[in-house]
Design a protein around this ligand. Structure first.
Ligand SMILES: NC(=O)c1ccc[n+]([C@@H]2O[C@H](COP(=O)([O-])OP(=O)(O)OC[C@H]3O[C@@H](n4cnc5c(N)ncnc54)[C@H](OP(=O)(O)O)[C@@H]3O)[C@@H](O)[C@H]2O)c1
Length: 298
């Protein structure tokens, strides 16, 4: 399988590159400046020149708070750009896998979100990602939209790396304790993406495999619980550690509002695609081992 990945330096893109061999695949990563989602003009040529069996769009404008001040750019990249990628995939007659987010929901439900629950993004980032889902759905029949959440990995910027960095200088860190989600390893997600790609390629006529799916770790946490576990494991491994002081969302104001509940229900993915991701608690350990071993990178 030759998989073309948009988003060269991102967490998910790098995880897809790292896990390619395990799945007998070759991953070709494309990113700025050669391919810019905000400038659709050259996208078709570069994708056609690259070729491939499946296209994965793992690139996005992901600065959740900054998106509040530049919503048009977020829309151009996450909405219009995502649709362009899907349109080219359709023209090339290859499936497209698009990565979306828990932030399309407002978090008001009292259970994990299912795919057909009502969307109502609270901020500009979530709104731009929702536009992307709609654009992909319109542009390409042969698509899988995978909503994921709270991604961590040894790569790029993420909560796990931020906690380790802060713990080097501080004894106590205030962390939001009233937002709940599905912390998801980018490497687990990459394995899941390869499995979806395989299913799409093996069964090109199977419409049930197409559409929106939730792909995230099956167990949930608040940011404070996640931080507490990070420091417990890190301390065991000889890495940095700090005391976690639970905060309410009101005590930690941010430009963008975030859903209090962004837990994702993975039942549809398990039933239809036969895919479940491992627990975040299990996958956190190798991630921390690697970050601590490569310390300085965190
Ligand atoms: N991180 C999370 O917690 C989270 C949660 C739910 C869903 N998601 C979704 O998961 C996907 C992957 O997220 P991630 O954490 O891997 O993101 P990331 O680490 O922030 O990486 C985003 C990538 O997108 C690229 N990009 C941004 N604007 C671009 C543009 N105009 N043209 C081409 N590439 C562009 C960036 O390229 P540069 O290196 O050039 O900046 C970067 O490589 C995204 O769709 C995101 O919305 C993420």
């Amino acid at each position: 399988m030759r998989i073309v990945v948009i988003g060269r330096e991102g967490q998910v893109a790098r995880a897809l590159a790292e896990r390619a061999a395990k799945h007998g695949a070759k991953a070709v990563l494309l990113g700025r400046p050669q391919l810019d989602l905000a400038d659709p003009s050259g996208i078709e040529d570069i994708l056609r020149d690259t070729g491939g069996d499946v296209i994965v769009n793992a690139a996005a404008y992901t600065a959740v708070d900054q998106a509040e001040t530049e919503p048009e750019l977020a829309e151009a990249i996450n909405g219009i750009g995502a649709g362009v990628i899907a349109g080219v995939a359709a023209a090339m007659r290859v499936p497209v896998i698009h990565i979306s987010t828990d932030y399309v929901f407002d978090g008001s439900l009292d259970r994990p979100y299912r795919e057909d629950d009502v969307v109502n993004p609270l901020g500009a980032y979530g709104a731009s990602k929702l536009l992307g889902e709609q654009a992909v759905t319109e542009a390409a029949e042969d698509h899988a939209i995978l909503r994921t959440a709270w991604i961590y990995s040894p790569f790029g910027k993420n909560f796990v790396k931020t906690m380790l960095r802060l713990a080097r200088d501080r004894d106590e860190i205030g962390v939001v304790a009233d937002q709940f989600g599905s912390p998801t390893s980018a490497l687990d997600l990459a394995d899941g993406i390869y499995a979806v790609a395989r299913n799409l390629l093996d069964k090109p006529q199977d419409r049930t495999l197409r559409g929106i799916f939730h792909m995230a770790a099956p167990d949930f946490a608040s940011w404070a619980e996640l931080a507490t576990e990070i420091f417990a494991v890190s301390a065991r491994l000889g890495g940095p550690s700090a005391k976690v002081r639970p905060l309410s969302t009101a005590e930690y104001p941010t430009s963008a509002k975030r859903p209090a509940n962004s837990r994702l229900d993975g039942t549809k993915l398990a039933t239809i695609h036969g895919i479940s991701l491992p627990s975040w608690r299990a996958s956190l350990v190798p991630c921390l081992e690697r970050l601590i071993r490569e310390s300085g990178a965190a």
